[in-house]
Design a protein around this ligand. Structure first.
Ligand code: NAD
Ligand code: TYD
Length: 374
């Protein structure tokens, strides 16, 4: 069946992989990429498909409701896959309000637009919201996040995503909007902005800069190759049940330090360096405030009910990711010039070894604007 799908946030890391997958796999679908092109959005990610017949790009901020409505009308949008967000935990600690605006208000704007435009035949539509496992908070040594785990977000980023998930649910319960939510673990792969752990460390090894490990480095994340996430979204979009939530994960838990050692090993090999050359750059720095100790996803629901499983092993995915960054130094250079330099300085230059003591917690940036969004 022909579908006109609005992929929101399609110029970002996961969105660009999803767009490529859908444009190539479903020639009968019209794919509209709506993105504001913030620092994290990059049309370079989509050069190979930008001239495809079934692809259109629209530069729009989801805070602009008029332009959202126009895009729905112009492209007769029948389905939404919503990935647009502010996504970096460290930035959310500095500027929580930016996360409230895009992740909460922006999501409600999209829900309102979809509801208004689809009101007469709701059952022919779908609003699929992409979320994160961070909404569940942190785990101890044992246990996994399931779809039933209570929300307990700890960072402003996680709180804003949790809030957006709640609004999506409320629009189903209150207005009958057909929605699906999926909550995924940490992604890695090509085209990820070098503010997140893996690409930041690859970039620093290339530049022979310190590798900044937060706290004791014994934090655990569950890693999933980005293409496997795109395939999971494809599965949920086509086979998922309206009103359901699906957890997506890699069945692949790593302590940060173990991951970093593996990454250093792969980098040394690829760069023909002596063994342990990259490891010498490891530097322990002040911990992230409110740092969640462990994330781990139980992805058995999507596996048993919809038949999705990850296809790429971690070693394979990490090796391919490193190779991509080595082959795309121009991309890396472009995204690390300009604003990135001051971001890096602000974020890392004052974080010497040792944790923050009580009363020294980082404060949000000073509020200069009214909190009322127009
Ligand atoms: P990203 O930061 O790489 O990209 C976000 C995209 O959203 C960018 O293209 C940006 O330009 C766009 N955007 C931001 N604000 C916007 C606005 N106001 N209007 C329109 N577009 C805007 O993010 P990502 O890592 O690709 O994550 C995509 C989604 O997946 C997010 O919702 C995130 O919460 C979720 N997620 C990410 C991960 C991960 O590990 N990266 C894991 C689970 C879930
Ligand atoms: P990140 O990639 O920011 O993802 P998230 O916080 O959403 O899980 O961080 C992954 C882990 O790596 C997390 O425990 C924080 C840690 N980390 C560092 O130790 N140093 C860094 O410079 C960064 C960016 C992250």
């Amino acid at each position: 069946m022909n579908k006109n799908i609005l992929i929101v946030g399609g110029a970002g890391f996961i969105g660009s992989h999803l767009i490529r997958l859908f444009v190539n796999k479903y020639p009968d679908y019209n794919i509209v990429n709506l993105d504001a092109l913030t620092y994290a959005g990059n049309l370079e990610n989509l050069r190979d498909i930008e001239n495809a017949k079934n692809y259109t790009f629209v530069k729009t901020d989801i805070l602009n409701t008029d332009l959202l409505g126009q895009a729905f009308d112009k492209y007769k949008i029948s389905h939404v896959i919503h990935l647009a967000a502010e996504t970096h935990v460290d930035r959310s600690i500095d500027d929580p309000l930016a996360f409230v605006k895009t992740n909460v208000v922006g999501t409600v704007n999209l829900l309102n637009t979809a509801l208004q435009k689809w009101y007469n035949n709701l059952d022919q539509h779908l609003f699929y919201h992409i979320s994160t496992d961070e909404v569940y908070g942190t785990l101890g040594e044992e246990g996994l996040f399931t779809e039933e785990t209570a929300y307990a977000p700890n960072s402003p980023y996680a709180a804003s995503k949790a809030s957006s998930d709640h609004f999506v649910r409320a629009y189903k319960e209150t207005y009958n909007l057909p929605v699906i939510v999926s909550n995924c673990s940490n992604n890695y792969g090509p085209n990820q902005f070098p503010e997140k752990l893996i690409p930041l460390f690859i970039n620093n090894i290339l530049d022979k800069k310190p590798l900044p490990v937060y706290g004791d480095g014994n934090y655990t994340r569950d890693w999933l190759y980005v293409l496997d996430h795109a395939l999971a979204i494809d599965t949920v979009f086509h086979k998922g049940e309206v009103g359901e939530t699906y957890n997506i994960g890699g069945f692949n838990e790593w302590k940060n330090l173990n991951l970093i050692h593996l990454l250093c090993k792969i980098m040394d090999k690829k760069l023909n360096q002596s063994k342990r050359e990259s490891e010498k750059l490891i530097t322990f720095i002040k911990d992230r405030p409110g740092h969640d100790r462990r994330y781990a996803i139980d992805a058995n629901k999507i596996k048993t009910e919809l038949g999705w499983t990850p296809t790429v092993t971690f070693e394979q995915g990490l090796t391919e990711t490193v190779q991509w960054y080595l082959d795309n130094t121009e991309w890396l250079k472009n995204v690390t010039s300009g604003e990135y330099q001051s971001y890096y300085k602000d974020m890392y230059n004052n974080r010497t070894k040792g944790g923050l003591s009580k009363g020294q917690e980082k404060l949000p940036q000073e509020q200069t604007q009214s909190t009322t969004t127009q």
